[in-house]
Design a protein around this ligand. Structure first.
Ligand code: HEM
Length: 419
């Protein structure tokens, strides 16, 4: 099709001689052979890209009216919400978009765990994914501070005080990052600069690398079978179908369903019941009035619960620092999955019972920690946060043992399910 289009179009032919248009189209679309058995879990990569686009565009529009200084930030958000035409819509798109970004990315990561998509030869693709996740968390944190509401202010104070808990260098590092001895307008301006320039550039660059790495090794699938191992005489995988037109058309359905849900939430439930937009953030930042209960937005709460799970000083260093170590370890361990999993099978369909039970326990612990982190620490019995933190870590640290000891089923060479 690309060649036909080029034949009839002088300008495109001219560009193609100078930029590899046709080659890129073939490599990434019409001759990129994707497994024919993609299922529901394979929707969330493209949906992450849709949300990235929404955040990018709505962010540019918000930047046109937002004022990044402590005097005017809160009022400029009110101005966007009340006076700018369709300002409320653009702001809610960006705010609901942040939560939806994490929903689709968490489901996207879960698919990786379910089908062993991190295993060889996709280790680098996975590592780039982990980098995206970390950068996304930074972007969310910086963005949350910008409305300069009371939760923005106190949330930033709590997170930045964690840096201050690092022995020896912590306090100076915290002052260096804040740009002041306390969270102030200086902090706000620099967080704004990072939120709208460096971090989005990093994010887009990493997503680009993510796709290039994916297309280099090829997609995994629910069976965890490498389709590149069985090809016809033309070198086309027997269990593959061209990404375009098959998956481009196929992906339109989840995109439409997603957009209906997304706009439904924007129109009827934009604060997500206080989870997407927390009540104290409807009040301006006030350093004399601490919100009754400081909690981060829902997508950070599992890690916040882990932070609070450590309540004792150790080796003369504060509990806060050890909480930070546990929290960072919890995120860092995800990067090591390709080397922790020793199972000969990729997909849960062929792994043994131990892997299945551990994935179920991991999911339960992550969700429970999320609920615990969203509530005050005395809301549930004291043992719960440490207990579920231990389960979370057991999933990773026990993996080399339970994946090599369990009985997995032999993986077939060809895909049997799917259309
Ligand atoms: C902005 C965020 C992200 C975007 C836009 C994105 C985009 C995509 C797309 C379009 C695909 C191919 C379609 C699919 O398999 O669903 C994909 C595959 C993949 N992504 Fe992501 N991704 C993101 C974040 C992540 C994260 C955080 C991880 C892991 C920590 C990750 C790991 C993977 C893996 C392992 C695959 C291959 C899966 C397979 O073939 O089974 N991605 N990604």
């Amino acid at each position: 099709m690309a060649s036909r289009l080029l034949k009839g179009h002088r300008f495109l032919r001219w560009v193609n001689e100078r930029l590899p248009l046709e080659k890129a189209y073939k490599t990434h679309m019409s001759e990129y052979y994707a497994p024919r058995n993609f299922n529901f879990w394979y929707y969330f990569g493209i949906l992450s890209m849709v949300v990235l686009f929404i955040q990018f565009v709505s962010g540019i529009w918000l930047t046109m009216q937002y004022t990044p200084d402590a005097e005017h930030a809160f009022d400029s958000i009110e101005y966007i919400m009340r006076d700018v035409s369709a300002g409320w819509f653009i702001r809610y798109m960006h705010e609901v978009g942040a939560s939806f970004f994490f929903i689709v990315v968490y489901l996207h990561i879960f698919r990786g765990l379910l089908y062993g998509s991190y295993k060889e030869p996709r280790e680098l693709l996975w590592l780039i994914g982990v980098a995206i996740y970390i950068v996304l968390m930074m972007e969310g944190f910086l963005g949350y501070m910008l409305p300069w509401g009371n939760m923005s202010y106190w949330g930033a104070k709590v997170v930045l005080s964690l840096i201050g808990a690092i022995p020896y260098i912590g306090e100076s590092l915290q002052v260096w990052i804040q740009g002041d001895y306390q969270v102030s307008g200086v902090t706000l301006s620099r967080f704004f600069a990072l939120h709208v320039t460096l971090i989005p550039i990093l994010l887009i660059g990493l997503v680009f690398l993510h796709i290039i790495a994916l297309h280099q090794v090829g997609s995994n699938n629910p069976e965890g079978i490498e389709i590149k191992l069985v090809k016809n005489k033309d070198g086309v995988p027997l269990d593959g179908i061209p990404f375009h037109p098959y998956y481009t058309v196929h992906d339109l359905i989840p995109i439409v369903v997603f957009l209906i849900l997304f706009f439904g939430v924007i129109f009827y439930y934009p604060d997500g019941g206080g989870y997407f937009l927390e009540p104290p953030n409807f009040l301006p930042a006030d350093n004399l009035s601490t919100p009754e209960h400081i909690a981060p937005v829902w997508y950070y709460t599992p890690f916040y619960a882990m932070l609070r799970a450590i309540s004792f000083d150790f080796l003369g260093i504060s509990a806060k620092f050890w909480g930070l170590v546990v929290m960072s370890g919890a995120i860092g361990l995800v990067a090591f999955l390709p080397w922790l999993d020793r199972s000969p099978a990729k997909s849960m369909r062929y792994k043994g019972w131990a892997s299945r039970i551990m994935l179920a326990l991991f999911t339960i612990s992550f969700v429970t920690l999320g609920v615990l982190g969203a509530h005050p620490s005395d809301w549930m019995p004291f043992w719960m946060a440490p207990f579920f933190t231990l389960i979370y870590f057991a999933y990773f640290l026990g993996m080399p043992f339970y994946t090599s000891l369990e009985n997995s089923k032999p993986v077939p060479q060809r895909i049997s399910s799917g259309r």
